[in-house]
Design a protein around this ligand. Structure first.
Ligand SMILES: Cc1cc2nc3c(=O)[nH]c(=O)nc-3n(C[C@H](O)[C@H](O)[C@H](O)COP(=O)(O)OP(=O)(O)OC[C@H]3O[C@@H](n4cnc5c(N)ncnc54)[C@H](O)[C@@H]3O)c2cc1C
Length: 370
């Protein structure tokens, strides 16, 4: 029987490959990059020894027990709580906006119920059915907090007016009326002791899997029983209908001594600061951070993704959605190929969601064949 192919050695390709390998399929995994783990790739910085998240900070968090036990099967997860700070107009605040942030920002010492009433009095209650990100934010947090923490960051991150973005981006009430500054609400959160790349290497370590790096799908002559494609959807169709919009990121490296930020992530929502955040990667591994005398940080800049850039965040504005529907139709007509992952489905997917979907795709494929 012909083997199957997983295009991309990120979490999507690796998990599907492993699941099918364990069910007896021979799998070829290819990636055009020279490394595995896709955008979750981590590596030790040659100068400092710090574990670097090459394509931006990745924190693992989930409510899905199946996925949590899956990652723990392949690597050791260390306790980690994501706490983010923000520098706004020369002052440092705690995120997500919580009681500490509110009291600092307004110079108050309110208790939870007082703060709730205080914010409700400032919220734009006249906006009954928020349509845009801006309306949603104004409706829930009011003008001052919106302008300080949401407006500038959103404009820099997405390159469009918040009034053009859908309200769904701010799904939940982005305020906490207590002092909880854990960025995520999920019950499981952690950081892999030896990095994400080690986990993906362990997933790919199976006798039925062949890994080929530095190889683009377009250059593979072999035919396969089935292809699981985690590359960009529009690229598969040679951009016939145009390019789906993405944001890309530029990372500016800053090296220094000791501790530069004192935390892992500092956001910069102010519009006159050109970058969105700075991350200091030794703090993503708190169990070993004190071992490194030197440090490395990255300033993160967001901009429109051009032809030669790495696609990071799908934009999904109206025009993209129209084009996406057409590409999806083409994808449905394509036999022998399943489009998976963040690029293959043109969606922002957290790592846990990616793994869960990959497990489902592999199980569905097997079920259809048996
Ligand atoms: C800046 C940023 C921060 C993030 N932070 C978090 C976080 O904190 N927590 C979290 O849970 N998730 C986070 N994510 C999401 C996480 O990166 C994704 O869930 C994950 O990368 C999805 O894996 P994937 O395998 O689908 O895609 P990818 O990791 O992108 O892997 C796809 C692979 O396919 C390869 N490829 C593409 N086309 C071809 C081709 N034609 N031929 C050969 N190879 C090809 C690429 O080189 C790539 O290696 C973040 C994402 C971004 C952009």
């Amino acid at each position: 029987m012909k083997r199957v192919c997983a295009v991309g050695a990120g979490l999507s390709g690796a998990v599907i490959a492993r699941e099918l390998a364990e069910r007896g399929y021979k799998v070829l995994v290819i990636d055009e990059r020279q490394h595995i783990a896709g955008n979750c790739h981590t590596e030790r910085d040659a100068e400092t020894g710090v574990m670097i998240h090459r394509y931006g900070p990745h924190i693992f968090h989930t409510a899905d027990e199946r996925v949590w036990s899956y990652v723990n099967r392949f690597g050791e997860m260390m306790p980690y709580v994501n706490r983010v700070k923000a520098t706004v107009n020369g002052k440092v605040y705690s995120l997500p906006v919580n009681l500490h942030t509110i009291n600092q920002f307004f110079g108050t010492h309110m208790a939870p119920a007082e703060a709730r009433a205080f914010i409700e009095a400032r919220a734009r209650m006249d906006i009954e059915d928020p349509q845009s990100f801006e309306e949603q934010a104004l409706r829930f947090v009011g003008e001052e907090l919106y302008n300080a923490f949401f407006r500038g960051y959103t404009r820099k991150q997405w390159g469009v007016e918040p009034s053009q973005l859908p309200a769904s981006i701010l799904k939940r009430l982005p305020l906490r009326f207590n002092y909880d500054d854990n960025y995520f609400n999920h019950p499981y959160q952690g950081m892999p002791k030896h990095g994400y790349t080690q986990i993906v290497a362990a997933i790919l370590d199976h006798a039925n899997i062949e890994l080929r790096l530095g190889c683009a799908y377009e250059d593979v002559g072999e035919s396969f029983a089935h292809v699981f494609y985690s590359g960009p959807l529009d690229r598969f169709f040679r951009y016939d209908l145009g390019r789906l919009g993405y944001r890309t990121l530029d990372f500016e490296e800053i090296r220094g001594h000791g501790d530069m930020l004192g935390t892992a992530v500092m956001n910069y929502p102010d519009e006159d600061v050109p970058f969105t955040r700075i991350s200091e990667h030794k703090h993503f591994s708190p169990w070993e951070a004190q071992n490194f005398a030197e440090t490395v940080c990255f300033r993160e800049y967001s901009r429109a993704c051009g032809a030669g850039d790495i696609p990071y965040y799908p934009v999904r504005l109206l025009d993209d959605k129209k084009m996406l529907a057409q590409y999806e139709e083409r994808a449905r007509m394509q036999t022998g190929v399943t489009f998976v992952g963040r690029l293959g489905t043109y969606q922002y997917l957290d790592m846990d969601v990616t793994i869960g979907l990959a497990l489902d795709v592999a199980a569905g494929f097997q079920a259809a064949r048996s």
